[in-house]
Every structure is written in structure tokens, then in C-alpha cells.
Design a binder for this molecule. Structure first.
Ligand code: FAD
Length: 402
């Protein structure tokens, strides 16, 4: 009988928890190390596109997630200056029929909870909170992982290590991919807020995703937690980088710090921005796509592998795709760790790299101004919903191969 493989995962975000579940289902033992003392997500919403919900369904996780998620009826795109509708893409059952899985929105904390509960139900998974991975060494067929629990240095040992430790991944840094392999600042800042429904403009609480396009900025909003909150994401070009911040997800901000570019927008858009009294703010980085996602018995996954700008709302979706592909590579493999990690890298690097590049392009389109914005708006209006949805087929209908 072959011995059960043991995976160690750094990071219990969407990527790390989905990967833990996928690997456990493939028959592995998994230890997840998370630096935060309590595993909980910051308060914010997340769009989970059909390519993510499809993979969650393959993993047997979708029913848990759908308990907390909502399915918007449409994506409504408007011009920021005057609120003119540029396009309305039907979502709901039409999106599900077209792309094979639902287009949903969810509170991040609820997604985290659903994934944590799923992992807790798997006896092969052990999760250690308050443990920060600091480095690793590969010796023969083992990986030794160094970590800090408070001030105490502790060691873990596994057959392989997966760095699912986010944008500023320590695991990726230690892979030795070269000096050029660093996060790339986008010159943009995102502000996000969750507004109680009673304080939000009623029109924004319709079960729709709203997208407003303005010069050098855009705004996205949708209700989450079955209408309890309005989730708002406002993104603009902005010189603030905050590279020293340890946790880019949790920098408090107030209405006075929001970019002034939203103040000349249509009344309805301004009312949405004005409804939030508390914001979180973070600078947006990605990385140039890399085909190298692993060295020996150490691989990266999620934002550690492919941080991307949020213009297609795909970072978490791609992390879920990674997790499903990793699980599949081990389920189909013969127990050879190097072969399985190589299959995972081959299955995922090109696809996720394409999404990184497409997200950059989408950002340039969203933030156009002057004649370019005029031309963009004309194209959107002429294309109509169906042809605009055709352009998303490559992203949302993806079927992975491992
Ligand atoms: C404004 C904005 C909006 C977005 N909207 C969407 C959206 O609508 N849809 C979507 O799909 N994606 C969206 N994303 C992207 C998405 O949030 C990320 O891609 C996703 O959270 C990545 O998950 P992850 O698990 O790879 O990384 P993370 O969520 O960053 O998790 C990494 C985990 O590793 C832990 N960690 C870090 N270092 C260590 C260490 N040394 N040791 C142990 N643990 C460690 C961290 O504490 C954390 O828990 C958005 C991003 C932004 C910025």
C-alpha cells in the first residue's frame, strides 16, 4: 500500500482552504498554516463568476456556498457623468444556462466560513492559526517548513509545500524566481465599504450588479447577505502605494480620503459613494505572468501565483480554479509529487496569466476618458448584451484539464 502524501499549505484564504479541501478529497493529508490568529475575512463582498462556481460544484462545495450567496439578475453598466445606461447584461438563469454555473455575489466572510466548515468536516485536514511561515528547505523527497508561532520557532515536515500566502507571498519570494519577479504597482487605489441596507440608496439595493464608468475611475456595487448590506468598490487612479503596510486588506479610510473624481458624477452614483461612512482602502498591485509556479516540491497558488487587478473580478475565481486543478492532478497521478505539481503548473499557468493580462486591459478600458471613452461607450451600446456576453465566454465557460 502506498503511503498517504502529506501537503503543507501556507495561507488559509480562499485559495488555501479550497486547495486543502481539494487535496483531502484526492486522498491526501493536509496541514494548513495561517498567520492570522483568527481565521476570518475582512468585511467586503466578492463576485463569484461561473468559472468559480462551476469548480466549487466539481469539488462538492457549491451547495454550502450558495446558502450564503445571491444571484444578481443583471449587470448594469452606466456612464458616470450622467447615468446613461450603456449596457444591461442579463445574469440569473441566463448566465447559468450560458456558462454552466451561476454568477453569484457573496460576503467574503461567508465564503470563508463555508470553506472553513467544509475543511472542518474533513478529518485529513488540520488547520493551525497564528502560525507564520518564514521559510523552507527541500531535502530529498521531503520539505521542511520553518514557521513562527508568536516568538517560538516551529518546524513542519511534508511531502510538498503550497504557498497560498497572497500577494506578498513569502513562499514565492523564497522560490528564487529572480529580482524581476516582484509585485507591479498599478497606480490605482481601491476603496471598499459595506453599507447597511437601511442607509443605502434604495435603487442600489435591487438584485443587480451596478458598474459605473468614469474618467480614470469606476464604481461597482451590489447587495450581499441577501440584502442586508450594499457592497461598494470604488477604484480610481491614485498615487498612494502603502507598500510598507503588512495587511493591505485592512487600511481604514474615511469619506474625506475618497478620490475627488467621484464628486462630479451623476447624482445616483454620488449618493451611493456618500452612503458609506467607513471605508477600507488598498493600493492595487499585480505581477507579470510567470510560467514558473513551482520549484521542486514547492508550488504557489492563488494570489501568490497570479495576483491580478480586480477589473474582471477574477482573483478568487482563479484561486478556486487552481485548487480544483491541484486536487485533480493528485487524484489522477500515481503518487509522484513532482509529476503532479508539474501537471498542475501546466494546467494553470497559461490560463491564469491570460486573465492577469486581460484584467490589465480591462482596467485601461474602464478608465478611458475623452474621445476614447466616447468610442468605448458607442461600441458597448452597439454591441448589445448578447455580443458582450460572447466576449466573456472564454473566461466564464472554462473547463480545466489537469
Ligand atoms: C478591490 C478588490 C476587489 C476584488 N474583487 C474580487 C471579486 O469580486 N471576485 C474575485 O474572484 N476576486 C476579487 N478580488 C481578488 C481576490 O480578493 C483575491 O484574488 C483572493 O482573495 C486571493 O485569495 P488567496 O487565498 O490567494 O490570497 P489571500 O486572500 O491574500 O489569502 C492569503 C492568506 O495567507 C495568509 N498568509 C500570508 N502570509 C502568510 C505566511 N507567511 N504564513 C502563513 N499565512 C500567511 C494571509 O493571512 C491570508 O489569510 C478582488 C481584489 C480586490 C483588491
Amino acid at each position: 500500500m502506498t503511503q498517504q502524501l502529506h501537503a503543507v499549505i501556507a495561507g488559509a484564504g480562499v485559495g488555501g482552504l479550497s486547495a486543502a479541501f481539494a487535496l483531502a478529497r484526492a486522498g491526501l493529508r493536509v496541514t494548513v498554516l495561517e498567520r492570522a490568529p483568527v481565521i476570518e475575512e475582512a468585511g467586503a463582498g466578492l463576485q463569484l463568476a461561473p468559472n468559480a462556481t462551476g469548480r466549487l460544484r466539481d469539488l462538492g462545495l457549491l451547495d454550502r456556498v450558495m446558502k450564503f450567496a445571491s444571484t444578481p439578475e443583471a449587470l448594469r453598466i452606466r456612464r458616470a457623468r450622467d447615468g446613461r445606461e450603456l449596457a444591461r447584461l442579463p445574469l440569473g438563469p441566463i448566465a447559468e444556462f450560458r456558462w454552466g454555473a451561476p454568477y453569484t455575489v457573496i460576503h467574503r466572510a461567508d465564503l470563508q466560513r463555508a470553506l472553513m466548515e467544509a475543511c472542518a468536516g474533513e478529518s485529513a485536514i488540520s488547520i493551525r492559526a497564528g502560525v507564520r511561515v518564514t521559510g523552507f528547505a527541500v531535502t530529498g523527497s521531503r520539505v521542511e517548513i520553518g514557521a513562527l508561532e508568536g516568538e517560538t520557532m516551529i518546524r513542519f515536515d511534508g511531502d510538498f509545500l503550497v504557498g497560498a500566502d497572497g500577494l506578498r507571498s513569502v513562499v514565492r519570494e523564497r522560490l528564487g524566481l529572480g529580482l524581476a519577479d516582484s509585485p507591479v504597482w498599478s497606480g490605482r487605489t481601491a476603496w471598499r465599504a459595506l453599507v447597511p441596507a437601511a442607509a443605502a440608496p434604495p435603487a442600489a439595493m435591487l438584485l443587480e450588479t451596478g458598474l459605473w464608468l468614469g474618467p480614470r475611475a469606476h464604481l461597482v456595487h451590489y447587495p450581499v447577505r441577501h440584502g442586508e448590506f450594499l457592497n461598494i468598490v470604488a477604484i480610481s487612479e491614485d498615487p498612494w502605494r502603502a507598500e510598507d503596510a503588512d495587511d493591505l486588506w485592512n487600511i481604514p479610510s474615511g469619506p474625506a480620503e475618497i478620490s475627488p473624481c467621484f464628486s462630479s458624477w451623476a447624482d445616483e452614483a454620488r449618493a451611493i459613494v456618500a452612503s458609506a461612512r467607513e471605508w477600507r482602502r488598498w493600493p492595487l498591485f499585480d505581477r507579470n505572468p510567470s510560467r514558473r509556479w513551482r520549484v521542486d516540491r514547492v508550488a504557489v497558488l492563488g494570489d501568490a501565483a497570479h495576483p491580478m487587478l480586480p477589473f474582471f473580478a477574477q482573483g478568487a475565481a482563479q484561486a478556486v480554479e487552481d485548487a480544483a486543478a491541484l486536487g485533480e492532478a493528485f487524484a489522477k497521478g500515481s503518487g509522484d509529487v513532482n509529476a503532479a505539481l508539474s501537471a498542475y503548473e501546466t494546467a494553470r499557468a497559461r490560463r491564469a496569466g491570460a486573465v492577469v493580462v486581460a484584467s490589465r486591459k480591462q482596467g485601461a478600458i474602464y478608465h478611458m476618458r475623452g474621445p476614447m471613452a466616447f468610442a468605448r461607450d458607442q461600441v458597448m451600446q452597439r454591441l448589445g448584451a448578447n455580443r458582450m456576453m460572447n466576449r466573456l465566454d472564454w473566461l466564464y465557460s472554462h473547463t480545466p484539464r489537469a
